[in-house]
Design a protein. Structure first.
Length: 212
């Protein structure tokens, strides 16, 4: 009996030794998790640059900037991204690029002694330089893909301008867009409606017009 007990005890110890090896492995984050972290890091980078420009930090946030750029490069080479993930990635990269251009101009203004006035001019130029994104839709009731892209673009634009997005929901947005399109088509007798999302004077501009 003791021999059998020793045999079982040895097997139990061997299993216990194997458990840490399996449980201790670091699981790689999913693409959606990486995109979520990238979005959060870009938001944090914007806050840290604002703090720096307001004089509350002695040096620019180069550590956070480097981390963001590393993730952007890694995801750029990832061929497993779905269409939705690739669209979200491109939106985040566009937002980061826009921020970087503004920050470079602001830093240049500070170095050249133009200060806050130069920063405001740079912000205005940056915001109005990007043309609005347009989406044509003949039947928003059925063309859910286009409405979804429109919704995601609007949300990204609002986030980039610091506008709240918590109350936005796709089902409510879809119903609103469908009703707006129906009203425009009845009034103008058009076959489709064009929606545009842009930024003007630091605020999101969202418009709809009849399209012949």
């Amino acid at each position: 009996m003791p021999i059998r007990d020793n045999k079982f005890a040895r097997r139990l110890k061997e299993r216990e030794k194997l458990k840490p090896k399996t449980a201790g492995r670091d699981e790689q984050p999913t693409v959606d998790e990486q995109l979520g972290r990238l979005e959060e890091d870009i938001r944090r980078l914007k806050v840290e640059f604002d703090i720096y420009f307001n004089g509350a930090a002695k040096r620019p946030p180069y550590d956070t900037k480097g981390r963001v750029e590393t993730v952007i490069k890694r995801l750029a080479d990832d061929r497993t991204l779905s269409y939705a993930q690739r669209y979200r990635y491109n939106s985040l990269v566009a937002r980061h690029t826009s921020f970087m251009q503004l920050w470079r101009r602001t830093i240049q203004d500070r170095e050249e002694g133009r200060g806050a006035a130069g920063a405001r001019r740079a912000a205005k130029v940056e915001a109005e330089a990007a043309p609005p994104q347009t989406f044509s839709c003949a039947d928003p009731h059925k063309d859910v893909t286009t409405v979804k892209r429109l919704f995601e673009t609007l949300v990204e634009a609002k986030k980039s301008c610091g506008e709240p997005t918590e109350e936005l929901s796709f089902p409510r947005f879809h119903r609103m867009i469908a009703a707006q399109a129906d009203a425009l088509k009845d009034k103008a007798g058009c076959g489709s409606v064009q929606f545009s999302v842009g930024v003007k004077e630091g605020r999101v501009s969202f418009k709809a017009r009849a399209e012949k």
